[in-house]
Design a protein around this ligand. Structure first.
Ligand SMILES: NC(=O)C1=CN([C@@H]2O[C@H](COP(=O)(O)OP(=O)(O)OC[C@H]3O[C@@H](n4cnc5c(N)ncnc54)[C@H](O)[C@@H]3O)[C@@H](O)[C@H]2O)[C@@H](O)CC1
Ligand SMILES: [K+]
Length: 494
């Protein structure tokens, strides 16, 4: 299992550089190492007689560009350099690095992007602080429109390093070389789709990066693999937990069965569906290993939960959007079991924000909204909905509710109330299919039933669910997902 991969925001990476510099390495040396890493990758993209055009910007990202240009020229490439800005306005290490470059400097408006075989994009990195306009924007657009292979320095110019949003215009890179650690824009959408493969070069700041990290991670097995349940020889099924999934009415029972089967497949020792009386027959006809109990609304749930062995619950899928669903959530919360809330259990709280807030401080709770559910749930909370960073939105929702929040999408973010967060990236568009979210609820609840803390269960659940979907690919339907889980688990537990 690889080590946990921290993701650092632009300000955190700056802190890490400051720390590394305080420990004895110079800023210019860091820049030279960054430039060398990029030059090495450029060599892999260019034939020996290639024309490489470096587009350098006005800040330190441009400084990296000067280092790259000088190195590639030394290595025998035909290199030209275009500068957005003026040589005598360069500052800091960039001003020093620019002295390495002995060739001519082309004004950005004349940059011959169409004549290049490979373009090095060193216009803007983590310091982009506002939307691109005027010449900066035109240069980014011209570079992009040239249709040449582009190697981005640190991040594709025009991306906001923290949010992954495009700021006016953005370059679509063939590859990105970044330094010390990936930034949120390399994992969050749409940023990820502009980066191409992302290479991380340590440039000698690894230990400083680790010292600055701790709040945001790439969601990978290293983050939670150590706590994945591994049943021992003497494990009893009751020790592996008992998950309870609430079913909707007679015409809406499938979602609960999808969640229940996933909970069983992920290793919950026992799984029971709590079914409204009128749906017992439908459920019974389609269940084998999953057990069934009649459950008439909130009172019924209360009665079932007097049995302490039900230690993990799923409420929401196809339960219906109404007060009774809210009441069932209240019962579940009072019972202080592990709890996953999705779909109708979230939508039923639209406009009941403060009620929701009080609800989740009792036990480990995971909320799994997609963007639409998230917006409805927090529609009266601009402080939660407005931040441009998806990580920040999920964090604020988690802090507000006291629950772990799984904000779903192609870049699912998992955030804990204390601020710890992870970004998932192994998903597949084929997971956007009916019932996929129900399955995810079951996976997370099944992991919590086996004793995983809510954040780890949510992170592991999201990754495993995505991996299962990706392993199937085209034609995936939610019914397939539960049966793909053992293959993913087998690999993880090897
Ligand atoms: N020693 C160093 O300083 C090192 C710097 N590094 C590089 O430095 C980069 C960060 O440098 P900076 O903080 O200077 O940031 P950038 O170089 O990304 O951008 C800052 C510059 O762009 C201008 N700017 C920002 N937004 C603009 C907009 N919308 N339109 C026009 N101009 C705009 C700013 O006024 C400033 O001149 C990293 O991405 C990395 O590539 C790395 O080489 C590591 C070492
Ligand atoms: K760049």
């Amino acid at each position: 299992m690889n080590r946990v991969e921290p993701v650092l925001t632009p300000s955190e990476i700056k802190q890490a550089e400051v720390r590394a510099i305080a420990e004895g390495i110079s800023g210019l040396e860091l820049m030279r190492r960054a430039g060398r890493a990029v030059a090495d990758w450029a060599e892999r993209m260019a034939s020996k007689d290639a024309h490489i055009l470096v587009a350098a910007g006005p800040g330190q990202n441009g400084g990296d560009g000067f280092v790259v240009a000088a190195l590639l020229a030394q290595r025998g490439y035909r290199v030209s350099l275009a500068l957005l800005g003026q040589m005598d306005r360069l500052t800091g290490d960039a001003a020093e690095a620019a002295k390495d470059w002995a060739g001519s400097v082309i004004p950005a408006e004349e940059a011959p992007f169409h004549e290049a075989d490979v373009i090095i994009d060193a216009l803007f990195g983590t310091g982009l602080s506002r939307d691109l306009e005027g010449l900066a924007r035109r240069t980014v657009e011209r570079m992009d429109a040239a249709g040449k292979p582009i190697l981005a320095v640190d991040l594709p110019s025009g991306l906001d390093g923290e949010t992954g949003q495009a700021r006016g215009a953005v370059v679509r890179a063939s590859r990105t070389v970044t330094f010390g650690a990936r930034k949120p824009c390399h994992l969050l959408m749409p940023g990820r789709s502009y980066c191409g493969p992302v290479e991380v070069d340590d440039i000698g700041i690894g230990s400083a990066v680790l010292a600055e990290s701790g709040r945001l991670f790439a969601n990978q097995p290293a983050l939670w693999g150590g706590v994945l349940p591994r049943p021992g020889l003497d494990s009893h099924k009751y020790e592996r937990g008992h998950t309870l999934v609430a079913s909707g009415g007679a015409a809406r029972t499938g979602a609960a069965r999808l969640a229940a089967r996933a909970a069983l497949r992920i290793g919950s020792g026992l799984v029971t569906i709590a079914s409204p009386p009128e749906a017992i027959g439908v459920n019974a006809a389609q269940l084998t290993a999953v057990m069934l109990k009649g459950c008439d609304g909130p009172e019924g749930l209360h009665a079932i939960l007097t049995d302490e062995r039900f230690n993990s619950l799923v409420l929401g899928p196809a339960l219906g959007v109404h007060a009774a669903t809210r009441a069932m959530v209240a019962v579940a919360v009072q019972a202080r079991r592990s709890l996953v809330l999705d779909a109708d259990a979230l939508t039923s709280f639209e406009g009941f924000g403060s009620e929701l807030r009080q609800a989740f401080r009792h036990g480990p709770t995971v909320l799994t909204p997609h963007t639409g559910e998230f917006s409805r749930l927090f529609k009266d909370h601009p402080d939660i909905l407005d931040p441009p960073s998806k990580v920040e939105r999920a964090r604020r929702a988690a802090a507000y509710t006291g629950a772990v929040v799984v904000l779903k999408g192609p870049d699912t973010v998992i955030a804990a109330p204390g601020g710890r967060a992870a970004i998932n990236e192994n998903g597949t568009p084929y997971l956007a299919t009916a019932g996929s979210g129900d399955t995810l609820c079951g996976v997370i609840a099944g992991l919590m039933a086996q004793g995983l803390p809510a954040f780890e269960a949510a992170c592991a659940g999201v990754w495993i669910h995505a991996e299962a979907g990706a392993s199937f690919g085209p034609g995936l339907i939610a019914e397939d997902l539960a049966d793909l889980l053992p293959g993913v688990l087998r690999e993880l537990l090897r």
